[in-house]
Design a protein around this ligand. Structure first.
Ligand code: FAD
Length: 489
C-alpha cells in the first residue's frame, strides 16, 4: 500500500473543510484534503439538470434519488447527490469537491440572534454578528435578488404566488439571500449567457451562476499554493498512534465506485469535516473497530434542523397556478418564528417540472424539541430518530397548510407525499459532535490532542434557518482561535 505523510489532513471539502483549508493555507500551512467525491470542475463533465438526469444525478445508483418522481436507468457513477436511508428518515448530501455547496439551493440565511444565543449560550453573539457572520457572507458572495426583477420574471411566479397566498392567510414573509449570482441570473433571463437556474439545474449541480465553494473558499485556498486536494479518495477509518498522530485507511475509487488503490495517510493534525453524517460515521466506526478513543457525547444531540416538507396541490389551477417555468433558486420564505405556539420558517420552494403542476412546495424549518442520537452497530450507523421526534413539526405543518388552504383554496399535497407530509425528508442533518460538549470550545475533540471537528456536527441539531452560513461562521471562529493557539505548529 502506498503511504503518504502530511502534516495536516482535512477530510471533506464542504463548508467546514473549505473554510479551514483557506485559513490554514493563508497562515502558511501545507494542507492535504481528502474528498470521496469527484472534482467536477476539473473533470470536464457537465452537471445534468432535473429534467434530464445523467452522470451527476446520483452517487453510484441505478435510479435517481430526488425527493419526488424518480426514474430508473442510471449507470452507476460518482454523481453529486447522495441519500442515506435510515428507518424513519432519508438524508440527502452533496458529494464532490465543494460538498453540499454543489447540490444545495444556495439559500444563505443568518440565524435570528435570539435563537443563536439560545442554541449557543457560551458563544459571544455580538462577535458573531459583527465579525464572523459578515465575514462568512462576504467570502460566500451572498447577494439578494432585485425586487423589480422578481416582480417581472415569469420564473418567479411560484414565489409571488407563495408570498401573496401567505399574506392572505395572515403570515409574514421574508426575502431570502442566496449565493447564486443574481446579476448572472438577470443575464440568463435575457439569454445573454448560458442558462442554469432557469434550466432546472440545482440538486444535480449548477453549471453556471452559483458561487459554490469550488469558486470561493476552495479556489482562494488553492491560489495560495499550499492546498492539495485528492478527489475520489474515500477515508475508511482512522487510527490514533501512540504518539497521538493519526493513520487513515483510504480507498481511491474510479467513477464507477471501484477501488483502484488502497492508500495509507499519516498526519500529525487531523480535521474532520466530512459533514455531520460523514464525521459521525468515521468516528463511531473507528471507535467500534479500532478502539479509537471517543468521548461519550459523540453521537448525542443530533437533529434534522426541524426539516419537514409539505405542500399544497391544486393551487389555483384555473388562474395560472405556480407557473410552468420555475427558477431552481428559492428567494422567499414564510417567517412564523415569533409565534409562540407554532414557531417555524418555511422556504417557498420551487418544483421545476417543466409544466404547471399547480402545486406549492414548502421546506419547513422547525425547532427540534426532542433530539436524536447516532450510534454504530453491526457495521453500520444507526439513528435513534422516529415519529415522536417530528410530532411537533407535523403539528406546525398541519397548522400552516390548513391556514393556507382556508384562505386560498387547495388541498394537502397527497400527490407528493404519503398523507401529505414529508417528515422523513432531511437536507440539514446537524449535531452529534456538539461544540463544547463532544469538543472543546473551539472544536478540538475531547480525549484527543490533535483532532478537530469542523462541520455541521458542531451545531446541536437545530439553528432555525438553512445552516451553511452558520457552519461557515462557526468554522471561521474556531479555526482563527485554533491557529492563534498554535494548535497546528
Ligand atoms: P458537507 O458540505 O456535507 O461536506 C462534507 C464533504 O465530506 C462531502 O463532500 C463528502 O463527500 C465528504 N466526505 C464525507 N465522508 C467522507 C469520507 N469518509 N472520505 C472522504 N470524504 C468524505 N443549506 C443551506 O444553508 N442553504 C440551502 O439552500 C441548502 N439547501 C440544501 C439542499 C440540498 C438538496 C441539500 C442536500 C442540502 C442543503 N443544504 C442547504 C444543507 C447544506 O448543504 C449542508 O448543511 C452543508 O453542506 C453541510 O456542510 P458541512 O461542512 O457540514 O459538510
Amino acid at each position: 500500500k502506498k503511504e503518504i505523510e502530511a502534516p495536516i489532513i482535512i477530510i471533506g471539502s464542504g463548508y467546514g473543510g473549505a473554510v479551514s483549508a483557506l485559513r490554514l493555507c493563508e497562515a502558511g500551512k501545507k494542507v492535504i484534503m481528502l474528498e470521496m467525491g469527484m472534482n467536477w470542475g476539473k473533470s470536464g463533465i457537465s452537471y445534468s439538470n432535473m429534467l434530464k438526469p445523467d452522470k451527476s444525478a446520483a452517487w453510484l445508483k441505478t435510479k435517481t434519488i430526488a425527493p419526488f418522481f424518480n426514474i430508473f436507468g442510471l449507470k452507476p457513477f460518482t454523481g453529486v447527490l447522495d441519500r442515506l436511508d435510515f428507518e424513519h428518515i432519508n438524508i440527502w448530501l452533496g458529494r464532490g469537491v465543494g460538498g453540499g455547496s454543489l447540490v444545495n439551493g444556495g439559500m444563505a440565511v443568518t440565524p435570528k440572534q435570539k435563537y443563536f444565543e439560545e442554541i449557543f449560550p457560551n458563544l459571544d453573539a455580538e462577535k458573531f454578528y459583527n465579525i464572523y457572520f459578515p465575514r462568512a457572507k462576504q467570502e460566500l458572495k451572498v447577494n439578494v435578488i432585485r425586487e423589480d426583477f422578481l416582480n417581472d420574471c415569469p420564473y418567479y411566479k411560484f414565489t409571488r404566488v407563495g408570498e401573496a397566498e401567505a399574506h392572505k392567510a395572515g403570515f409574514k414573509t421574508m426575502r431570502v439571500p442566496n449565493v447564486y449570482d443574481f446579476t448572472y441570473m438577470e443575464k440568463e433571463y435575457k439569454n445573454e449567457v448560458p442558462r442554469s437556474a432557469f434550466k432546472t439545474e440545482v440538486i444535480y449541480g449548477n453549471n453556471h451562476g452559483k458561487n459554490s465553494l469550488d469558486k470561493t473558499y476552495l479556489q482562494k485556498a488553492l491560489d495560495t499554493g499550499n492546498l492539495e486536494i485528492f478527489d475520489l479518495h474515500c477515508v475508511d477509518d482512522i487510527k490514533m498512534n501512540n504518539d497521538k498522530s493519526y493513520t487513515l485507511n483510504v480507498n481511491q475509487i474510479d467513477t464507477s465506485g471501484k477501488t483502484v488503490a488502497e492508500k495509507i495517510f499519516h498526519c500529525k493534525q487531523l480535521i474532520l469535516a466530512a459533514g455531520t453524517m460523514g464525521t459521525l460515521q468515521l468516528l463511531l466506526k473507528s471507535n467500534a473497530e479500532n478502539n479509537f478513543p471517543l468521548h461519550e457525547n459523540v453521537g448525542k444531540n443530533w437533529g434534522n434542523n426541524g426539516n419537514f416538507m409539505t405542500g399544497r396541490n391544486w393551487v389555483k389551477p384555473l388562474s395560472g397556478g405556480t407557473g410552468a417555468q420555475q427558477s431552481t433558486i428559492p428567494v422567499g420564505g414564510v417567517d412564523n418564528w415569533d409565534d409562540p405556539k407554532h414557531p417555524f420558517f418555511a422556504e417557498i420552494a420551487p418544483l421545476p417540472m417543466g409544466m404547471d403542476v399547480a402545486t406549492a412546495l414548502y421546506l419547513q424549518i422547525n425547532k427540534v424539541d426532542k433530539k436524536g442520537s447516532v450510534y454504530y452497530k453491526n457495521g453500520k450507523l444507526i439513528l435513534d430518530w422516529n415519529e415522536s421526534h417530528t410530532q411537533k413539526m407535523k403539528e406546525n405543518a398541519d397548522y400552516f397548510i390548513k391556514k393556507m388552504n382556508k384562505a386560498n383554496g387547495g388541498t394537502r399535497a397527497h400527490l407528493l407525499f404519503k398523507n401529505g407530509f414529508g417528515a422523513n425528508i432531511c437536507y440539514h442533518p446537524l449535531g452529534g459532535c456538539v461544540l463544547g460538549e463532544a469538543t472543546n470550545e473551539f472544536g478540538k475533540l475531547k480525549n484527543h490532542d490533535h483532532l478537530f471537528v469542523l462541520d455541521g456536527s458542531l451545531i446541536p441539531g437545530t439553528i432555525g434557518v438553512n445552516p451553511f452560513v452558520t457552519i461557515v461562521a462557526l468554522t471561521e471562529y474556531c479555526i482563527e482561535n485554533l491557529i492563534n493557539l498554535n494548535e497546528f505548529s
